[in-house]
Design a binder for this molecule. Structure first.
Ligand code: HXC
Length: 257
């Protein structure tokens, strides 16, 4: 499939989506989100892919929703199209998704990063929820996922002032997983993704599902669910193989069974 606003590549078992609207700093237009979702659907359906990397350009991961496209929209337009609902596709991806963030991750761009499982930031990265400066507010999880990720104090600071947070602060507050020198961003992200893609598929999918449940359920229910998922992995050949390989001091040969 050919795309106009994203570039899709595969690197072994890793699927890479690069947001590619350089003239608009990867502003998230309707077309871009539609194409992103199609690429995610394809990688989800492709058994050869075990993890996905989402990235942008050196200057911008994404500078937010496309303000030019949003400005003329009416309330009725938004209601009728359930605007932003399509963005949730990323959050529903079952395979692990690694965000590689360089430059601006603002508004909807920050919200996309928050939907990813591991966020690797270049030291140049800048995160922010500047929607209030437009007379708006975050609409794709910026008040919810951000608050769960970094707590109320930092979320209120970012959401009510629009202040940009640099990579070092983002790591300190738990908004990103790791910060690396900008020149090492893609190599690091692809290496992390390759490592995840090389795991037994069931354990990666269920581990992701279990962690995400921590954000949606009371603790006791989350613990119970985790235990059942843990039990279920004993039904896989790969768990048997992984433990045997450890005991035999060799690398495991997972077969996704
Ligand atoms: C449309 C955008 C854009 C955006 C940048 N551009 N961000 N177009 N939507 N979100 C365009 C500019 O209009 C400009 O086009 C070109 O990209 C380069 O941007 P500049 O502003 O000239 O670059 P610079 O001076 O380096 O400033 C970079 C920036 C700034 C700080 C990132 O562009 C900026 O503040 N952008 C808006 C960030 C923002 O408010 N995001 C939240 C959007 S609301 P031209 O044609 O002039 O060259 C949102 C809501 C999400 O995300 C809720 C769910 C949908």
């Amino acid at each position: 499939m050919s795309y106009e606003t994203i570039i899709v590549e595969t690197h072994g078992a890793v699927g890479l989506v690069r947001l590619d609207r350089p003239k608009a700093l990867n502003a998230l237009s309707r077309q871009l989100v539609t194409e992103l979702n199609a690429a995610l659907d394809a990688f989800e359906a492709d058994a050869a892919i075990g993890a996905i990397v989402l990235t942008g350009s050196e200057k911008a991961f994404a500078a937010g929703a496309d303000i030019r496209e949003m400005q003329p929209l009416s309330y009725v337009d938004l209601i009728e199209n359930d605007f932003v609902a399509a963005w949730e596709r990323l959050a529903a991806v079952r395979k692990p998704v690694i965000a590689a963030v360089s430059g601006f991750a603002l508004g909807g761009g920050c919200e996309l990063a928050l939907m990813c499982d591991i966020v690797i930031a270049a030291d140049s990265a800048k995160f922010g929820q500047p929607e209030v400066t437009l007379g708006l507010m975050p609409g794709a999880g910026g008040t919810q996922r951000l608050a769960r990720a970094v707590g109320k104090a930092k979320t209120m600071d970012m959401v009510l002032t629009g202040r940009l947070v640099d990579a070092a602060e983002a790591e300190r507050i738990g908004l990103v997983s790791r910060v690396v020198p900008a020149a090492e961003l893609m190599d690091t992200a692809l290496a992390v993704a390759a490592k995840v893609a090389g795991l037994a598929r069931s354990s990666a999918l269920l581990a992701k599902e279990a962690v995400n449940r921590a954000f949606e359920t009371p603790l006791a229910e989350g613990i119970r669910g985790e235990r059942r998922l843990f039990h279920s992995l004993f039904a896989t050949e790969d768990a048997r193989e992984g433990m045997a390989a450890f005991l035999e001091k060799r690398a495991p040969a997972f077969r996704n069974r």
